[in-house]
Design a protein around this ligand. Structure first.
Ligand code: SAM
Ligand code: SF4
Length: 359
């Protein structure tokens, strides 16, 4: 048994006074899926199980971060209740993320429990890779299907500069361990930053090709106040494509991971190159996901501040998932039509960090 449980009555002051929705919207189709008011089916949740991290990536966190007090963070049992209720409502894919999910104590227990939920097709995680060296076999045994590993550079000094504290060698060992453990479709996630790693995009793709894994390039998003403007570091997918096409043949692929990435194949290799382009290619029309933060806020849209508070419900009703279920169904009514990141690059309207929301 884990030792990070909280008593149900430990509702933090900041969340006191929350009242559950009294008239849950009927945003559920007869076939058992969650559907928002624009007709989009929600089949995928991204669950942040901690706001803590062993890195301090410059685009993600401020240098001095204050992390949440333990009592305001979902217990592992609460994470499981949330995942289980979503799966019961038709969600088929769960991504466990953070912060850094692998720094959460007893994470393997949670993953194993989620993987065993009837109706779930895919349990995947996103990690910075720092702990993969020791976790990879356990993740596989727990039932994790795929791993996304964040890697912005192949140069140790740059890696240290971007992550402020990270060690590239440990991440590369983690990648080796994941491949040795038999994970098939590993994917690298690279945030593109002008003047920081834009001269390495070709090398990163070559690295992915050599390892027969996928890579996705992400346009930086204006999430959280990080202490420096992002406008100057913004690097678009279009620019990246133009750079890569000088070296590789990129064939458009119709394959989709069900996410916002658009993929290209490099003929003669096993590698797919993806672009996640919230600025230059708005993907909101096909959005199929919602996010749950480490403190149990359900954000139907990454680029929007509307949220439902699940944690008070969980703690007020420790043995009844009805109110939680009603709140989730109700949240479909507040899912925004779309985001507008482009006009907010230097003055984010979304004040939370990606480490909080769950990337
Ligand atoms: N710590 C894990 C990791 O780094 O993979 C999981 C959480 S992290 C928040 C998830 C992803 O979000 C990472 O790939 C990271 O690069 C990305 N990310 C963080 N802040 C971002 C931002 N402002 N814009 C775009 N991507 C961001
Ligand atoms: Fe940590 Fe991931 Fe954010 Fe980097 S991107 S600081 S590894 S949560």
């Amino acid at each position: 048994m884990r030792n990070d449980s909280l008593s149900p009555e430990a509702v933090p002051d900041s969340l006191a006074g929350f009242r559950p929705p009294t008239s849950p919207a009927t945003s559920r189709h007869a076939d058992g899926t969650l559907v928002d008011k624009y007709g989009r089916h929600v089949t995928y949740i991204r669950l942040s199980i901690t706001d803590r991290c062993d890195f301090r990536c410059s685009y993600c966190m401020a240098e001095e971060m204050t992390f949440l007090p333990r009592a305001q963070v979902l217990t592992l049992e609460e994470c499981l209740r949330i995942a289980s209720t979503f799966v019961d409502l038709g969600v088929t894919k769960v991504r466990v993320t953070g912060g850094e999910p692998l720094v959460r104590k007893n994470v393997l227990w949670l993953l194993e429990e989620i993987a065993g939920l009837g109706g779930l097709k895919e349990l995947v995680i996103t990690t910075n890779g720092s702990q993969l060296d020791r976790f990879a076999p356990g993740l596989r045994t727990a039932g994790v299907k795929r791993i996304n590993i964040s890697l912005d550079t192949l140069r140790a000094d740059r890696f240290r500069a971007i992550t402020r504290v990270g060690d590239l060698a440990s991440v590369l060992r983690g990648l080796d361990a994941a491949q040795a453990a038999g994970f098939q479709r590993l994917k690298l996630n690279t945030v593109m930053m002008r003047g920081s790693n834009d001269d390495e995009l070709v090398d990163l793709v070559q690295f992915a090709v050599d390892r027969a894994i996928d890579i996705s390039f992400i346009e930086e998003m204006p999430l959280g106040e990080i202490g420096h403007g992002r406008q100057s570091t913004y690097f678009s997918s279009e620019e990246a494509m133009a750079l890569l096409e000088q070296r590789f043949v990129l064939l458009p692929s119709t394959e989709s991971s069900g996410g916002p990435a658009r993929y290209w194949r490099i003929p003669g290799t096993a590698t797919r190159v993806g672009f996640i382009s919230p600025h230059s290619h708005n993907f909101c029309d096909s959005c199929n996901r919602v996010r749950i933060t480490a403190r149990g806020e359900l954000y139907p849209c990454l680029g929007n501040n509307d949220a439902s508070q699940l944690l008070p419900l969980l703690r007020a009703h420790p043995s009844d998932d009805g109110p939680l279920r009603a709140a989730i169904v109700h949240s479909m009514g507040i899912k925004a039509k779309g985001h507008d990141f482009t006009s907010q690059m230097d003055a984010p309207q979304v004040v939370r960090f990606m480490s909080m929301t769950g990337g």
